[in-house]
Design a protein around this ligand. Sequence first.
Ligand code: XMP
Length: 428
Amino acid sequence: MNQDTILVLDLGGTENSVIARMIRLMGVYSEICPHDISSKDLANMPHVKGLIFSGGQNRLIDGVPAMPDESVLSADIPKLAIGCEDMPEMNVRIIDEGVVRHFVFDKCRCIANWNMKSFVEEQIRLIREQVGSEKVLLALSGGVDSSVVAALLIRAIGKNLTCIHVNHGLLRKGEPEEVIRVFKDELGANLIYVDAVDRFLDKLAGVEDPEQKRKIIGTEFIRVFEEEAAKLEGIRYLAQGTIYPDIVESGTKTAKAIKAHHNVGGLPEDLKFELVEPVKFLYKDEVRACGIELGLPESMVYRQPFPGPGLGVRCLGAITRERLEAVRESDAILREEFFKAGLEGKVWQYFTAIPDFKSVGVRDHARSFEYPVIIRAVNTIDAMTASVAALDWHILETITFRIINEVKGVNRVVYDLTPKPTGTIEWE
Ligand code: XMP
């Protein structure tokens, strides 16, 4: 980044991201890097104005506390150590905003000029520098990350970006239309829309096991993408919506690897393209702010998380077209009522699922035998644990009445009261 930067050296700190984000909120760019960078590395980063050593519970490597490189310790640059009792440097035990602010502005003399406007300008310059007049390909799912990457690349290289939007039939109601409206009609993107609905549903027919379903959806997605990419000529780059937590959580030497992250859409590494990853240094909320800066609609930028396999894991058991439509329609009703009630953005994730069994009911004075729909609405910080949203009774009633009256084949609605654990957020 071509701006005043504070590097957070990861000496096993668990709060590296808290520190980096705190500094970014002060308007100064900050990045986390491995603990053992050398002064040579620093010489290649002329914008670095200060170093913060972030120690903590993961500091021991083979029983020995991780230490910065000697050449870095003796480098003539302001340093602050947090949670590293044994350091020669100014050391504080816990993160204190006042201390960090004093360090960033008084010791390192940083200028607070990092914001989304400057980020967008800088990325446009960097993208043009990286790809020149070559062509770039992007799998545009309509999710926040790939949408922001698309908008950035359209600004930077216009028609030299080709977006492929694969409709696998497992998207929410109105999603493919929204992608086409925003990117093709409004932003003028070079967008290839692939209707692969029958192909995916044929492959999934009769498959009950959730992991098998995920595998089929992932593999088929790659096949469709590769086939479409093979039809194009002269593409050298592949753009991806990798974001900063994907990189940080995948682990530096001292960071505890939380999970191995896969590329967006699970694209394989042996696709013969060079990567363009313009938001890889942004946290999720910054990606959203970047989307707003680029003029994307709020409904796209602030949308709730949606799993890659989509409605495929909400149409429980073997997917049928009938139940898939029922889950899509009931989900649309749920989202509409949440929007009307002002709950959008207040509940972390909310959706419906449909099981693969029917229950007895009564409709028009006669026995009915139809599917139930499950409502799930949860709040969480990191999706590792979750609590059930305490929804207003009246809202639940309105949603229920609408679903049993408007969704074909559904005669019953239940509200899932299970926290995670023991339930997961999704049912499959
Ligand atoms: P669970 O069900 O594991 O969900 O409690 C945690 C979060 O992850 C999402 N999720 C997925 N996302 N591919 C994804 O991209 C998947 O296969 C998948 N399964 C669950 C889920 O929606 C929730 O936000």
